[in-house]
Design a protein. Structure first.
Length: 411
């Protein structure tokens, strides 16, 4: 194939390890030069090759389809090399708490980066059992909005610190409830946890804050929600930066993009981990779960295959990789690619990812592999609750990369 060969959207998507939706956004924004032939966009192979080499990890492409506007925003972040620290990082003195922790994806990653967990917090009972099984430090289960639960959390953190500094508060928060009233952002009860995060930060005064969220939060209300978050933390004394990180860049066998806010109040640089894998080096689904195809059913290992009807099994076998079993779903019941990183691992009202080779959905252990949880990390609760924990989790290796970057900030 020569350099003037024209590639379609699906071919460009495969070459760049991006979703077709993302490729179309790049084209619409003018970031990826294209031509239109018979109503279809085409991109020269040489442009795709050059784009792969120069692709910026700090470009956030937001398309407001209602107003037909394209906004290209370049994130102001500092990158740091972490690859030399990746294997066997030394133990650090840095401490952290994990808010809205779920099963503990952030906690596991931070501990892999050599950081010291002080306390986890979540309301989800099954996730709490998982957290307590896999970590030695305390876990507070319950609604942080309740005064008695908040008191228990603060007292536990102070007791665990034993006079030491709390270096990091980490956690995600729901974002579905933000809305506009005139020119003012309002929020509903679903976002009260965001206010609790702000209050906890204000009370505990950690040196760093790390917040994780879905990419869509950046375009909510035309970017006003992101601006509000940055301003709220600035008012609390934290210089904060934000960008999108792709989990596959840090050895996670999954194309999972997440918005990461990092802020500090001690005049340090908010370093972000520089990606150390190119798309051609990504770890694939097949490399991650092939051995489990021959693994016997094992509930203690979270490897219990789902039984399906014969007609459903046939549909799964015939389903094209990257496609959903149902037209009404974009992310649920989607078949993972075998020779690429997995599509985003989710548990969506019972719809989980379809196995690339077998006529069934993924087991909890296969999902854990694709989320980068180690095999000795065991999930508690019934199988459906395990899948929810996994779908909501931050990949530990992505969290590890962030933890190492924060260590560089201190250096």
């Amino acid at each position: 194939m020569n350099s003037t060969t024209l590639l379609g959207i699906s071919e460009v998507s495969s070459r760049l390890s991006l979703s077709q939706k993302t490729v179309r956004k790049y084209i619409a924004a003018g970031v990826l030069e294209s031509i239109k032939i018979n109503g279809a966009f085409k991109v020269q192979e040489k442009i795709v090759n050059n784009f792969t080499k120069k692709k910026s990890y700090v470009d956030d492409i937001l398309i407001n389809t209602q107003k037909k506007k394209v906004l290209i925003k370049k994130d102001n972040v500092d990158w740091t090399e972490i690859y030399k620290l990746w294997n066997g990082p030394t133990k650090s003195r840095l401490t952290f708490v994990d808010l809205f922790s779920g099963a503990g994806g952030i906690t596991k990653g931070f501990e892999l980066a050599g950081l010291n967990g002080i306390c986890g917090l979540d309301w989800f009972e099954a996730a709490g059992k998982t957290y307590k099984r896999n970590f030695k430090h305390p876990f507070i289960e319950g609604d942080i909005r309740l005064p008695e639960k908040k008191k228990e959390f603060y007292e536990t953190v102070v007791k665990q610190l034993k006079g030491k500094t709390l270096n990091i508060v980490a956690g995600g928060f729901p974002c579905q409830g933000f809305s506009m009233a005139g020119n003012r952002i309002v929020d509903d009860s679903r976002n009260s946890l965001y206010k609790e995060l702000l209050e906890i930060v204000d009370t505990l005064q950690p040196e760093f804050v790390v917040c994780e969220n879905v990419v869509g939060i950046r375009s909510m209300l035309g970017g006003k929600v992101e601006e509000m978050i940055l301003q709220d933390f600035a008012n609390a004394g934290y210089k904060m930066n934000v960008t999108v990180l792709r989990a596959a860049d840090y050895a996670v066998p999954q194309k999972r993009d997440r918005v990461i806010f990092i802020g500090n109040r001690i005049d340090k640089t908010n370093y972000y981990p520089k990606p150390f894998l190119e798309p051609s080096q990504y770890i694939t689904t097949g490399e991650s779960i092939a051995d489990l195809m021959e693994h016997n059913e094992d509930a203690a290992f979270n490897h219990v295959p789902t039984k399906h009807r014969a007609d459903m099994m046939e549909r799964m076998l015939q389903l094209e990789e990257g496609k959903s079993l149902y037209k009404g779903y974009s992310d649920a019941w989607k078949k993972c690619p075998w020779n690429e990183p997995s599509c985003t691992i989710k548990e969506n009202h019972g719809g989980v990812n379809v196995h690339p080779k077998l006529p069934r959905v993924l087991t909890a252990r296969e999902m854990a592999r694709l989320q980068s949880f180690p095999d000795d990390f065991i999930f508690e609760g019934p199988k459906n609750k395990q899948l929810i924990q996994l779908g909501n989790a931050v990949p530990p290796l992505l969290s590890k990369a962030i933890g190492l970057a924060i260590r560089r900030s201190y250096e």
